[in-house]
Design a protein around this ligand. Structure first.
Ligand SMILES: [Zn+2]
Ligand SMILES: [Zn+2]
Length: 241
């Protein structure tokens, strides 16, 4: 209902990804050719069995270098597609242009991946990765929360936004090396009300899995506070080679 109202008030006359003119809506925010491309890219690469990063065809292993070197604290991480066009554009439009309505379709696609992968189940609760205060102030919302909200509706699982909190502000991680990211993120998260997560299987929601440092640190914090298992779903992921 809210979506319908938004579509009436703010009609979208361009594909949010390739800007092809037309009539678009919350349910269909991009054009059929972008839709085809998104679907096609979902199945072209081999992925790391553990973290879901894309592997080279000839890598001869089911795990990426990172997972081979250091086993991640999370059980499993999967993304809808690779962090390249059009996936990269969709998340940028959501994050930096404030097009929150995109989370409807993106969240649905993320939920679909979780539904179709038996290794995600059982899940007791959904927890979004908390954003820094600076980026929430800048954008007015936390993108992992809006994606998580849609996933929660699709999977009929409750989302908790205040159990995992950020206790340390970190500078923008985009330009940082893996070592810098990990150092910045150390002790960046805390759990409030640890009783609520004790023994629970948690679906952690993030937007993009790049080095995996954020997912690792969040999962480690949750496990340190007694969580059962942590599994991660993201919109896009990078290459593991
Ligand atoms: Zn398009
Ligand atoms: Zn991996």
């Amino acid at each position: 209902m809210v979506n319908l109202l938004m579509d009436l008030l703010f009609p979208q006359r361009m594909c949010c990804i390739c800007q092809q003119p037309g009539m678009y809506s919350t349910r269909q925010p991009w054009c059929p050719s972008c839709d085809d491309k998104l679907i096609e890219l979902q199945h072209v690469h081999m992925i790391c069995d553990r973290c879901g990063k894309y592997l080279a065809e000839d890598c001869g292993s089911s795990l990426c270098k990172d997972c081979k070197n250091r086993t991640p604290p999370f059980e499993l991480s999967r993304a809808v597609g690779p962090y390249e066009e059009p996936y990269r554009i969709a998340i940028k439009v959501l994050k930096f242009m404030g097009r929150k309505h995109l989370a409807y379709r993106m969240g649905k696609m993320m939920a679909e991946v979780v539904k179709n992968e038996p290794r995600f189940w059982p899940i007791d609760m959904i927890i979004p990765v908390p954003s820094t205060r600076a980026s929430i102030k800048q954008r007015g919302f936390n993108q992992t929360e809006v994606l998580g909200c849609q996933i929660s509706k699709e999977l009929k699982l409750k989302m908790y936004c205040n159990l995992l909190v950020r206790v340390k502000e970190t500078p923008s991680q985009r330009e940082c090396s893996r070592e810098e990211r990990e150092k910045n993120l150390l002790q960046a998260f805390a759990v409030k009300n640890a009783d609520c997560i004790k023994g629970k299987n948690i679906l952690l929601v993030d937007d993009v899995f790049t080095t995996g440092s954020t997912s690792r640190e969040c999962a480690r914090t949750l496990l340190d506070h007694g969580a059962g298992k942590v599994k991660v779903i993201t919109w896009a992921t990078g290459k593991g080679y």
